[in-house]
Design a protein around this ligand. Structure first.
Ligand code: FAD
Length: 157
């Protein structure tokens, strides 16, 4: 099957946008990801999918912890920065929860320790056991068909 057809089909699934963060040897690393979902309530588990070429893969293998930071509508630049879509180097100040760096002003910071992992083709699925959550009010950044957007509320019927 054609790669483009597969990508286009997956792009029809509208998602939020997260930045995955972790830290190795005192150095924070972030990566934009939309392959994220909730898995289990008891225990509280989530899953992320990290490409084999991403530096994040080895970082999480080393740290055994990561945070999922769900971005707010105003945080498109943050997403672009951690997806390598903004080329110049920028200093980012992180907050910290349970000694894990997290993105400031995200709608949710979800701190996890690796519960299990599964290689799947050219990606690795990390299942994380949730250790802590911080929430904020606001509207989400969205991603659909390769473009950023935000949610507009429907008129009542
Ligand atoms: P790099 O490419 O080195 O880092 C990413 C960027 O973050 C670089 O520009 C780097 O300078 C910056 N950065 C990292 N740490 C810091 C720091 N401490 N301070 C300041 N800047 C820093 N890929 C997946 O594997 N899974 C997904 O689910 C996924 N979803 C995506 C969703 C969207 C909407 C987009 C746009 C991209 C997605 N990607 C996904 C692609 C992924 O974000 C990029 O391939 C990314 O560049 C891979 O990051 P990396 O770990 O290799 O590190």
């Amino acid at each position: 099957m054609d790669d483009r057809l597969f990508r286009n089909a997956m792009g029809k699934f509208a998602t939020g946008v997260t930045v995955i963060t972790t830290e190795v040897d005192g150095e924070a690393h972030g990566m934009t990801a939309n392959a994220f979902m909730s898995v289990s309530l008891d225990p509280k588990l989530v899953v992320i999918s990290i490409g084999e070429k991403a530096k994040m893969l080895e970082k999480i293998n080393q740290s055994g912890t990561f945070a999922v930071n769900i971005l707010a509508a105003e945080q498109q630049e943050v997403s672009m920065l951690f997806a390598g879509q903004i080329k110049e180097k920028r200093e980012t100040e992180f907050d910290r929860i349970q000694d894990v760096p997290v993105i400031k002003d995200a709608l949710a910071n979800i701190v996890c320790k690796v519960y299990s992992k599964q290689a799947a083709g050219d990606h690795t699925l990390f299942i994380g056991e949730v250790q802590d959550i911080v929430l904020r009010e606001g509207a989400p950044l969205t991603f659909f068909a390769g473009k950023y957007g935000e949610i507009t509320e429907r008129q009542p019927v």
